[in-house]
Design a protein around this ligand. Structure first.
Ligand code: SF4
Length: 76
């Protein structure tokens, strides 16, 4: 299981996460910030649980590339 968390408010819209992990991140046309797909806002944090362990690598690359370090990726 891979757990991805995005603290969306602090996104600066650089697009790296959508480039590295396009299956999970898209840039919003409304406000230019990243959207972690299929998630809802819980006090500013968006969390996605993915059973497929192959999700870890692209999401980890996105997390490491994020200049403001607002993506966390854990494998449990
Ligand atoms: S890499 Fe970080 S700052 Fe850049 S768009 Fe994604 S969440 Fe936002």
């Amino acid at each position: 299981m891979v757990i991805i968390t995005l603290q969306r408010d602090k996104c600066i819209g650089c697009n790296y996460c959508a480039e590295f992990a396009p299956e999970y991140f898209r840039m919003s046309k409304k406000d230019g910030k990243s959207v972690l797909l299929k998630t809802e806002n819980k006090k500013g944090f968006y969390t996605l649980k993915i059973p497929n362990p192959e999700a870890f690598e692209p999401c980890d690359k996105a997390a490491k590339a994020c200049p403001v370090k607002i993506i966390s990726v854990k494998e449990i």
